[in-house]
Structures are given as C-alpha cells and as structure tokens.
Ligand binder design. Structure first.
Ligand code: CDP
Ligand code: CDP
Length: 222
C-alpha cells in the first residue's frame, strides 16, 4: 500500500539504526526494512560469482536477478540462509562499494519500495528519507560519536565470538562514513526535515521511546 505510513531512520554505521528500527517496528506492529542488508546481499552475491564490486553493469544485473527474503530476522539469498555471511565487516565494506553505483541504486529502488505495506513500515539505511520514501511521515537522523560507534561494533563482534580489532574498526568506520557521505548519488546527510537523534549518551530503549513519541506527535498533527 503506497499510502501506509513510513518511519525513515538514516544515519552512519553502528549508530544503532537496526536495533532501534526493529524495536520501533515491533511497537507499532509495522514491517521492517533493513536496506543495508540488501546492499550486503548484493556484495555477497557478487563475491560468490567473482564479480568485482567496481563492475557497475554486472552488479546491476545481479541486483535485478537475485531473490531476496527476510524472515524471522534472517536474510536469504536465492533460497539460502546467508545472515552470518553478510554480517561481516568485509561485506559492510563491500556493501558501501557496490552502493556508490547509480545503476545499482536504481536497480534496488523498487525492491525497497515494495516493503511499504499496511499497517506501516520502519526503514533504516542512508537514503530512506531522501530517496526511497521522501514522503515518510517521520524522518530520523540517528548518529553517535565515531569512537562510540567503533566501540559498539567491537563489542558486537566480540559477543558473537568473532575476532575484532578496535583500531581497524575505527579506521574502517571513518572510511565508510566518508565514502557514504561524499558519494554523488544518495549521499548520507541529515535532511532539513529530519529529527536529529544523537545516541552517544543514550541507550537503545531511550532512543526507541523518543522515536515512538515523535511519531505519535507527527501522526496527530496530520
Ligand atoms: O550496519 P551498518 O550501518 O554498518 O551498515 P549497513 O546499514 O548494513 O549498510 C552497509 C553499507 O550499505 C553502508 O555503508 C552504505 O554504503 C550502504 N547503504 C546505502 O548506500 N544505502 C542504504 N540505504 C543502506 C546502506
Ligand atoms: O544498524 P546500525 O549499524 O546503525 O547499528 P546497530 O547494529 O543497530 O547497533 C550497533 C551496536 O550498538 C549494537 O550492538 C547495539 O546493541 C549497540 N547500541 C548501543 O549499545 N547503544 C545504542 N544507543 C545503540 C546501539
């Protein structure tokens, strides 16, 4: 339903978008779109086929053909459950490399818009409020100090039992922030109509409550 309400949550890596968006979606009984996972699935699919992350035309073809599905928090590529494979820093980097190509972004536009279904949607990424759903009823720019974000990513990897190097994660985040905010198409930026929410000193629950209240207020004034 193109008229179902949308809450757009954009911001840099590890600002808490996924954790916050999922909880807000659960609160309202809305669908959830993890747009970053779609770019990660594409980077993974390309790697599987030995297609370079710089090859825009071949990537756009893969983007059009790949079958993606999200179910119970797991990501599927052509019927195969690949969540663990796409949640690596390597695929985060791959995602941000494939995401610079305009042809790739165009190929994934409708895929993302199809997630807008009744009773509503919470979407997170970099361009949900600017390109995918510019008419979103509430736009949040979620951010946090880069050192805080690096620490969160570090803790997340350690908790999963993965290897983690804080200095490397910090450098990677800085590089990714730069690539995401300086690219020509759909760069990461705070929109004039977005609410700035800095989570450096607040926890997930507090951020979730602020967004829930902001959405209720936005819905009342409509
Ligand atoms: O979880 P994290 O924030 O590290 O990354 P993600 O949201 O999974 O996104 C991975 C990469 O995909 C980002 O660094 C962006 O370059 C790209 N991306 C994008 O260009 N547009 C989106 N709407 C979402 C992700
Ligand atoms: O989706 P994004 O990359 O923006 O971030 P995330 O994967 O939701 O969050 C990265 C990590 O930071 C997770 O382990 C969250 O639990 C944690 N986090 C936190 O400790 N405090 C917050 N206010 C937000 C996220």
């Amino acid at each position: 339903n193109p008229l179902s309400p949308v809450i757009a949550i954009d911001g840099p890596s590890a600002s808490g978008k996924g954790s916050v968006a999922e909880r807000v979606a659960t609160h309202f009984g809305f669908h959830y779109l993890d747009s970053g996972a779609i770019y990660r699935l594409l980077a993974y699919a390309a790697a599987q086929q030995a297609v370079a992350w710089s090859n825009a035309d071949a990537l756009a073809d893969i983007a059009t053909q790949m079958q993606i599905k999200f179910e119970h928090g797991q990501a599927y590529l052509n019927g195969e459950q690949v969540s663990h494979h796409i949640r690596t820093e390597e695929m985060g980097k791959g995602a941000s490399e494939v995401a610079v190509h305009p042809a790739v972004r165009t190929a994934l536009l409708q895929t993302q818009r199809n997630f807008r279904q009744a009773p509503g949607l919470v979407g997170d990424g970099r361009d949900i409020g600017s390109v995918i759903f510019p008419d979103a009823g509430l736009k949040i720019f979620l951010t946090a100090a880069v050192e805080t974000r690096a620490k969160r990513r570090y803790d997340q990897l350690i908790q999963r039992g993965d290897h983690a190097d804080y200095a490397l994660i910090l450098a990677d985040l800085q590089q990714r922030d730069l690539r995401d905010s300086q690219r020509a198409v759909a760069p990461l930026k705070q929109l004039p109509d977005a609410v700035l929410l800095d989570t450096t000193d607040i926890n997930i629950e507090q951020a979730v409550n602020i967004i829930i209240e902001a959405f209720k207020k936005a819905a009342q004034t409509k």
